[in-house]
Design a protein around this ligand. Structure first.
Ligand code: AMP
Ligand code: GLY
Length: 406
């Protein structure tokens, strides 16, 4: 099978590493990729936001399967363009990717499907925002309606800061605060059959102790020893199946990866967000534990044959990943600093580049140092051993990823 993977991040490096291990994959091409992905795939140049260019590349490469990693190309219609050329693609079309591309759309789907989530108001003016903040009360949750790479959400007790974020974004969703630990559940689906992967937990805030601004994610671990064994079946029944049915009813079935971001509240699991693709950095831990060959699973989702796919096999162990971010992240980042010590297996590249033959930082989140082991404690120790070996001036990373469970 010839597989073309679209994207450049740590998630794509983890996907590429798993695909490269799948004996069914005869050739792996990544576009545009990054220096880490280049260790396991052949890179091709493409603008991932240009649907026609990606479809042309897939035809030129005689791809049997195209996997679209990030949300922005999905929302831009890249999967539709590839599918129109008759090539199986893992990732929803533009219409279904709105489940991530618009918070208002996602809330509308959840409400029609009866999915448990926070009550919410869409606001377009400062007056509407002020009225909504009065209704939800503090802590205030204000979300940019559109895509914001995980950085469009402000959770604060400060009413003035909540209003200022609403004014800066224009159209926002203001919602009730959901209290409880978060879980990321990935579901591979062909639009009808849903295959859940092992749940993971992400650390969204920049600093230790869940302080500082929201980021795309600073670390993750799996499995989650503190969740009830019912969690996945309950979320499939109450969230995933009704959502997939509602998307089919609307004539825009969702096929690809449905990322269910949950808060485990005292009233049970409630949806914080849907994403239309694998999470980053949760993918780095989840795929480190998946033993089932990945390309066959994603091809089954892309071709509507998931019901016939064998059950997934998992490593009995644990995985922890710690993100090393560049100085300034999640604000204005400093690029170009030299990175050393990033060669070990399990160090996934995100924002890296090559300058004068040396590996340099070229983005906000730079590396995801991933450890595996028989226990979370072992996996955590391995992950931090890799972090300690990396050198990057001004690097930021959390020291408490998985600390409470390991
Ligand atoms: P989102 O982009 O919607 O996932 O939001 C980013 C992060 O903000 C989430 O992972 C949560 O940590 C936090 N968050 C979002 N919505 C809520 C909510 N309703 N209650 C509490 N925290 C939230
Ligand atoms: N780690 C959160 C996300 O991928 O959206």
């Amino acid at each position: 099978m010839r597989v073309l993977l679209i994207g450049t991040g740590g998630r794509e490096h983890a996907l590429a590493a798993s695909l490269a291990k799948d004996p069914a994959v005869t050739e792996l091409i990544a576009a545009p990729g990054n220096p880490g992905i280049a260790q396991v795939a052949r890179l091709a140049a493409v603008d991932p936001m240009d649907p026609a260019a990606v479809a042309d590349l897939a035809v030129r490469e005689s791809a049997d399967l195209v996997i679209v990693g990030p949300e922005a190309p999905l929302v831009a219609g890249v999967a539709d363009a590839v599918r129109e050329r008759g090539i199986p693609v893992f990732g929803p079309g533009r219409a279904a990717a709105r489940i991530e591309g618009s918070k208002t759309f996602a809330k509308d789907v959840m409400s029609s499907a009866g999915v448990p989530t926070a009550g919410a108001y869409t606001c377009e003016t400062p007056e509407e925002a002020a009225a909504a903040l009065d209704k939800t009360g503090s802590p205030y949750v204000v979300k940019d309606d559109g895509l914001a790479a995980g950085k469009g959400v402000v959770v604060t007790d400060d009413r003035a800061a909540a209003l200022a974020h609403a004014a800066a974004c224009g159209r926002v969703v203001i919602e009730e605060y959901l209290d409880g630990p978060e879980v990321s559940l990935f579901v591979v689906t062909d639009g009808t059959t849903a295959v859940p992967l092992q749940p993971a937990q992400d650390f969204k805030r920049l600093r230790d102790g869940d302080e500082g601004p929201n980021t795309g994610g600073m670390g993750a671990y799996s499995p989650l020893p503190w969740t009830s064994p019912d969690l996945v079946p309950v979320v499939l029944r109450d969230v995933v199946e009704p959502t997939l049915a509602e998307m089919r009813r609307r004539g825009t079935p969702f096929a690809g990866l449905l990322y269910v971001g949950l808060a485990i509240t005292t009233d049970g699991p409630k949806v914080i967000e849907f994403n239309a693709r694998f999470g980053d950095p949760e993918t780095q831990v989840v795929l480190s534990l998946l033993e089932t060959p990945l390309a066959g699973l994603l091809l089954a989702a892309a071709t509507g044959t998931l019901a016939a796919h064998p059950p997934l096999a998992w490593s009995p162990g644990a995985a922890v990943t710690v993100v090393v971010a560049a100085a300034g992240y999640p604000g204005q980042v400093r690029s170009g600093d030299v990175i050393t010590g990033a060669e070990a297996p399990g160090i996934f590249h995100a924002g890296t580049g090559v300058r004068d033959g040396r590996l340099v930082a070229a983005g906000g989140r730079v590396l995801a140092c991933t450890g595996t082991g028989a226990t979370l404690a072992e996996a955590r120790e391995q992950a931090y051993a890799k972090v300690r070996n990396v050198h990057l001036d001004g690097a930021q990373f959390r020291t408490d990823i998985a600390a409470k469970v390991a």
